[in-house]
Design a protein around this ligand. Sequence first.
Ligand code: SAH
Ligand code: SF4
Ligand code: F3S
Length: 479
Amino acid sequence: MKKRIIASPDMRKAASRRKEATIFKPASFDKKEALEALVKGEKYYIHTYGCQANVRDEETLRGLLDDIGYISTNNPKEATLIILNTCAVRENAEDKVFGEIGNLKALRRQNKNLVLAICGCVVEQPEILNRMMDIFKEVNLYFGTHEIPQLYELVYEARTSGEIVVAVESKPGEVVEIKPASRSNQYKAFVNVIYGCDKFCTYCIVPYTRGKERSRLFGDVLNECRQLVAQGYQEITLLGQNVNAYGKDLNEGKDFADLLEEVAKLGIPRLRFTTSHPWDFSSKMIEIIAKYPNIMKFIHLPVQSGNNRILKAMGRRYTREQYLALVKQMREKIPGLALSTDIIVGFPNESDEEFEDTLTLVDEAKFEAAFTFIYSPRKGTPAAKLEDHIGKETKSTRFQALVKRLEKHIEAHSDAMVGQVFDVLVDGVSKNDPNMYSGYTDENKLVHFRGDESLVGKIVKVKIHESHTYSMIGELVNG
Ligand code: SAH
Ligand code: SF4
Ligand code: F3S
């Protein structure tokens, strides 16, 4: 098949950060009617990998497709449009995508009308995109994280042209407000506040795949939140790769603390935000979090390492001491705070002593939750060029040791919850036991309890009986 290259990714362009103001572009839906006529009564399938940014993108994709009468299905075999919305943050995330394309490609041979599309972060990497195109001749549409607004046009072209359509432009930064969104949950919502990332931590691919930091307008974010409150939503999570950079690219004189405060005032029962970088976490943010009871006392504050040389090599822009001072300030000013983090083990040439510093930081910070990762080199990032003298086995031993150390503190926190009553927003039937329901506390702890369907989407009181490190068992408290 011939290729129609509308735009190809370029790592140099993706890395460029011009100090221009964010460009706000109106959404224009070329080929909307044409596609609508073409796919009447047909079904689409989407599988998303990766972080909340991708989950929220899936909702936009679904919104656009639902809007023209395309019908969602969980069975790729009955779909005429399959979209894999991919993640590139670590190699194993990428491997999963290659595996799934391998499983799905036969469907293309059976149905010449099928559009098999790959979008999301993986296609933003030139080498990986080329490899994919070499291996999988069946994929007939590739589009990047910036091309979601062109969905109708791209699907139409892939469907009708008989060519492989490639539209991945590494552009510095635009914001397009797209109204239709099919939310995956009726009481918990993600709201984007800032796209992209300008931090360029040396190990991380995200600034290349998601582009420049660009904020949505203050009023646009507030309007979306206001509508969610009116629709009865119980929880809003404000999203960004680094929410505390919010507003820096706008001339509105507003920062993330202002936004947090205004959204809290709308009266949403639960307000969360993720992710915040320790580097520009302001005292004003801490004050606002402490002041409003509906801002959840849960902060995800990735530390990555407890050693200053490694932090510097990672480009994290804070020291161990600064991080711990911030934690101290947060814990003093925000009673009942639960702190979660991300840690990477085995950054190139991390010594035993340097790793030990991460363990002692864990002891000092006493995180209530954590995500741990083994370093995965990402082509095109500065860290991937470092020669690494630490073996896989050492990394995996350290990983186990770190998990053990984290669990000691997480367990202590969980054990202390036993006997106490917590507010739980009920998600539905528990994944491990069909007789139980489950949901999360304000502090983001998973709780299982006996309940019924009428409680789903409501905030109930649950008394904790049993602690299981990562989840708790409790019982409903009347009233
Ligand atoms: N913007 C967010 C998270 C981005 S990715 C933040 O800065 O917190 C989520 C986590 O994946 C990161 O916090 C980091 O711990 C991990 N991660 C990113 N790149 C990685 C890599 N190359 N190898 C292993 N873990 C990585
Ligand atoms: Fe990646 Fe660092 Fe940006 Fe987070 S802040 S997305 S880890 S570059
Ligand atoms: Fe993955 Fe892209 Fe998110 S790389 S973690 S889906 S920003």
